[in-house]
Design a binder for this molecule. Structure first.
Ligand code: ADP
Ligand code: MG
Length: 425
């Protein structure tokens, strides 16, 4: 794979990327004044018809980087009556989000985009496909389902996008993706977007892409620069109380609270909902309609706190998120990067907190190695992780008198109190 490192250059302009007038007008309408680095790097190559592996951290505009060249090259339905571009994404939420980007950037044009994902009746999707669509965005499972029913025909597809490829492989979509790619015309263009490019992704690219060029915009410092990152050490049983205290202290504009499991997510949500007014949760066990409702409330800013698992939290782009709270440490270090990447989008400020139990010191170190940076320690008075205080045995006990608990000096006395980092957001 040829590795093209981005050159440092004067800020690119959309006008210099060889885009049509109508595209430039849509970009202006969308409020996109300047291409992000991945957009400036990827768009010209994609317009040249090259296969590209684009690596850039979350929140850097990867969606428009592939949507723009697709829209620019769509043929008229007379020339190509079938689906022309197929975009595969890991989750339902992302399918909806990417379809939104396609609609936004094709405003005023007669372009149809259908989202195909599970949890929604297949009949409505079949009907939309039957009416004709140029762009399909979907999760691999549901896309494969439609291919099997012959309601989705790939003969006219000239571009396939694998968005959030690392996450699709994490979820186990690899066999489905390979089946789909094998069904697509051989002379297609393939674009792969990912925040990370571990060896399995490289192998996928080598196998299914044609001499892919690789664009790497992920700095070694992966977590977004503007995000302040803290950790608390806390006893597992006190994590919930710490969460409540932290939320009271921080008054986040909008926060996502990440838990590891669906059950844990549901439990924390139920407890939190008794204490706080604007809380909801999202995880894989919920009905699609409930997930859609929660996501749109969160996106519209009507919901302040969202408790979520990694899979559904991934890739969610809501610009108002001021705080990320890792109630549980993530199972994989990459998930830390993706969780924290939910805040500080497009240069906004954000702050992330991670709760670490005393047994999880190793995980903290792994996260720090992954992001090549130390998390700052934060403290909440009264919440330092300690073993339950053992009563100090005084000679009085020996004399048959009740044990007196000697006042403990506050733990961490020697440490300087952490800087306050509440900010006006
Ligand atoms: P990624 O897929 O890399 O995580 P997204 O494509 O979801 O990032 O984009 C993140 C946010 O940035 C979205 O809200 C999108 O509308 C916005 N965005 C994308 N490109 C631009 C741009 N050129 N200028 C301003 N905002 C942009
Ligand atoms: Mg994305």
């Amino acid at each position: 794979m040829a590795d093209t490192k981005p050159a440092t250059q004067t800020p690119a302009r959309f006008q210099d990327l060889g885009l049509s007038k109508i595209m430039l007008a849509s970009l202006e309408q969308a409020g996109y004044q300047q291409p992000t680095p991945i957009q400036a790097g990827l768009i010209p190559k994609a317009l040249d018809g090259l296969d590209v592996v684009g690596q850039a951290q979350t929140g850097t505009g990867k969606t428009a980087a592939f949507v723009i060249p697709i829209l620019e090259q769509l043929m008229s339905p007379k020339q190509a009556p079938g689906v022309q571009a197929l975009i595969l994404v890991p989750t339902r939420e992302l399918a909806v989000q990417v379809r939104g980007e396609v609609e936004k950037l094709s405003a005023g044009r007669r372009i149809h985009c259908v989202a195909l994902y599970g949890g929604k009746p297949i009949r409505g999707q079949i009907e939309k496909l039957r009416r004709g669509t140029q762009v399909v965005v979907g999760t691999p499972g549901r896309v494969l389902d439609h291919i099997g029913r012959r309601t989705l025909v790939l003969d006219d597809v000239w571009c396939v996008v694998l968005d959030e490829a690392d996450r699709m492989l994490d979820i186990g979509f690899r066999p489905d993706i390979e089946k789909i790619l094998r069904r697509c015309p051989n002379d297609r263009q393939t674009l792969l977007l990912s925040a990370t490019v571990p060896p399995p992704i490289e192998r996928l690219a080598q196998r299914y892409m044609f001499e892919p060029e690789s664009l790497n915009f992920s700095p070694t410092e992966i977590s977004v620069e503007t995000i302040e990152q803290f950790y608390f050490t806390v006893d597992a049983i006190r994590k919930f109380d710490l969460l409540v205290r932290l939320l009271e202290r921080e008054q986040p504009r909008q926060a996502i609270i990440f838990c590891r499991t669906k059950r844990g997510t549901q439990k924390i949500y139920e407890r939190l909902a008794k204490r706080m007014p604007s809380v909801d949760c999202i995880h894989g066990d919920l009905q699609q309609s409930a997930r859609d409702r929660v996501m749109s409330a969160f996106r519209e800013g009507k919901l302040q706190l969202l408790v979520a698992t990694d899979v559904v939290g991934r890739g969610i782009d809501v610009s108002g998120i001021s705080h990320i709270i890792n109630f549980d440490t993530p199972q994989f270090c990459d998930d830390y990067v993706h969780r924290v990447g939910r805040t500080g989008r497009m240069g906004r400020e954000g702050v992330a907190y991670t709760f670490v139990t005393t047994e999880e010191g190793g995980e903290l170190t792994r996260i720090e190695q992954r992001i090549n940076r130390l998390l700052k320690r934060d403290e909440m008075p009264g919440f330092e992780a300690t073993a339950p205080p053992t009563p100090i045995v005084t000679p009085a006990t020996a004399l048959g008198q009740p044990a007196v608990e000697k006042p403990q000096p506050p733990a961490n006395l020697a440490r300087r109190p952490p800087r306050r980092h509440r900010r006006a957001l």
